[in-house]
Design a protein around this ligand. Structure first.
Ligand code: SF4
Length: 364
């Protein structure tokens, strides 16, 4: 049985968020160490397979067709191109490829078939495959699952209240419905949000209420710091403070102990010391590669240098635990199909590598 709480309130979460920083860090790091190997960080590569021209109006996004940004749009990438990029990412230490398409929603047809082929192709490379393609139906989620999709990303972005200030072309309910459609399959859920869009601490807590009360909670939660892009409605937003980022990461870790918390957009603005504090506070996943869809990100060599300095190891694919409820759902689904799961379902224990075990012994 999972010990994860699904009844967090905004007041509970605000109290955690506003804890004196040293106590917050200590509490978050303690929970982190109980549920994860603190020296292992998952590395994902985000690949834009179809850039720009999106009909939505997300106020932070340079890919929205209605904003005047420098983004050059392109058509859907070929399967061969995606495969080459995936191999490159794998050789640089990534265990997951996340493919993003600037669509409002997925439409059945040639392009979706091509995405399914990309999923099958990357799956054969022994990498986890994630997609972020906008809204999807239950049937589309099922087809992605059958192609071997490991995770589907659909962010809630902010609290339900503040969401309306940033996006008008689709509602919070639409987002939750897509997450629900993904949950009806064996695909894991990745959903998080952005801080620094002008929201207050209550909105940040509100977003964490929405995510942590999902049952199961998302397997991954990306925490992004807004990258204000010229030409978007949020172009004048000041960069978010590193202290806010650390508080947000630590609070996410406390309310979603089993989840992989991903330090996502905005890392180019953070020092290594700041990122190290985020890892200590419970972040255990990053995006690698010099671009995050269209915004800048640290170079992969610089990240690997940072990992070396901090003694961090990239996580291997398919070893991370899923939320216990997801595993239960998978069990019954596979039993009904009379099949075995495609990937090795992880056991609910902390996987430490030998080197980390030795170091722990020395410290004792
Ligand atoms: S965030 Fe996604 S849905 Fe929103 S405008 Fe950008 S590409 Fe479109």
């Amino acid at each position: 049985m999972s010990e994860t709480r699904h009844n967090w309130t905004k007041e509970d979460i605000l109290e955690i968020y506003n804890t004196p920083l040293m106590d917050l860090l200590y509490n978050a790091a303690t929970i982190h160490r109980k549920h994860h190997d603190p020296n292992t960080v998952q590395v994902s590569t985000l690949l834009s397979i179809k850039t720009g021209g999106c009909p939505e109006d997300c106020g932070y996004c340079p890919q929205a067709a209605r904003y005047h940004t420098d983004i050059e749009g392109n058509d859907l990438m070929s399967v061969q191109h995606v495969k080459a990029q995936a191999l490159r990412a794998k050789s640089s230490g990534s265990s997951r490829i996340c493919m993003g398409a600037a669509w409002r929603n997925v439409k059945d047809g040639e392009e979706f078939d091509q995405v399914l082929e990309m999923v099958r192709t990357i799956n054969k490379l022994d990498m986890e495959v994630c997609c972020t393609l906008g809204m999807i139906t239950e049937n589309q989620a099922q087809r992605l699952a059958e192609a071997g999709l490991y995770a589907y990303n659909h962010n809630l972005d902010s609290s339900e209240e503040y969401y309306k200030e940033v996006i008008s072309t689709r509602g919070y309910e639409d987002r939750l419905e897509t997450i629900d459609n993904v949950r009806k399959t064996n695909v894991t859920v990745c959903s998080g949000g952005i801080i620094g869009m002008g929201e207050n601490a209550e909105d940040r807590a509100g977003m964490l209420v929405a995510l942590s009360t999902l049952n199961p909670q998302p397997e991954s939660v990306p925490i992004n710091a807004l990258v204000a892009v010229e030409g978007t409605p949020l172009e004048d937003q000041k960069p978010v403070s590193i202290w806010d980022m650390i508080r947000m990461v630590a609070t996410t870790r406390i309310v979603m102990p089993e989840t992989q918390v991903r330090l996502s957009a905005g890392r180019t603005e953070m020092t290594r010391e700041g990122q190290a504090m985020c890892f200590f506070a419970g972040a255990n996943s990053i995006f690698a590669g010099d671009k995050l869809l269209t915004t800048p990100n640290p170079d992969v060599n610089a990240d690997m240098e940072m990992f070396k300095m901090l003694g961090l190891n990239p996580q291997k694919p398919f070893i991370k635990k899923m939320q216990p409820e997801t595993v239960e759902a998978q069990d019954s689904q596979y039993q009904a199909l009379g099949e075995k799961p495609k990937w090795t379902r992880p056991e609910h224990k902390i996987e430490r590598n030998e080197e980390a075990k030795q170091k722990a012994k020395v410290l004792k």
